[in-house]
Design a binder for this molecule. Sequence first.
Ligand code: SAM
Length: 262
Amino acid sequence: MHAPRKRLGQHFLHDPGVIRRIVAAVDPRPEDRLLEIGPGLGAITLPLLEAAGRLDAVEIDRDLAAALEERTRGRGELRLHVGDALRFDLEGLPGGEPIRVVGNLPYNISTPLLFRLLAAHRRIRDLHLMLQREVVERMQAGPGGREYGRLSVMTQLRCRVEPLFTIGRGAFRPPPKVESAFVRLVPLRTPPVAVADEARFAKLVTHVFSRRRKTLRNALRGLLEETEIRALGLDPGLRPERLSLAEFARLSAAWQPPPAEK
Ligand code: SAM
């Protein structure tokens, strides 16, 4: 019996109804190229593997990986990568076909992992992820509220966000402290706003949201003059959380990141 490692965010799904809903939402097909992040004891891995016949998975815990190889033997082609998903080169997977990412993510690293996955959006067909409920709320939040931030802007620039259902703590062993939600993200082939330099856009969004209590005038002091902000049709007295994606795009085209952030 595996003793769950808290440090690795190990909360294993054991509710068959929830597992069935997740697999039905993914709807795996034999031609799919699936990548699971954090397969753990294999609650989702086994049904995915049975439906698709093959699957790549990244698991950091060597003991779990060894047990999973044992359990899946003869049940399909599992290519298990033992290592850190934060360092995994998704774009280096062989074959050029778009990848379907699935994961009941370790919540302690979900934000950096999401930014990494978003950066690889061109190689991804879709993502089905279990996350802390608040994270899904932040992903879909629009301008004006407390939940709207860097994660909302960067996710919405690259993906359509479809929250699917919420899951109570009891579906996991051990139960996590927070509620969970299952979400589908579909990378957009055409972003909702045109962004000429995505890296610069990402830096601007990080810069202003790390100063989210400041007005644009103060958050961009030394980088953009008040008159330049006005010339973009923006009120320098606004807080960053009020800006739409299109307004971030206009600002990012006009600014240069400070040397430390380049
Ligand atoms: N998929 C399983 C399930 O639904 O029951 C396990 C989910 S559990 C929330 C998260 C899994 O991610 C654990 O198996 C944990 O060992 C693994 N994990 C944690 N940090 C990781 C990392 N940096 N890279 C890859 N896997 C990681």
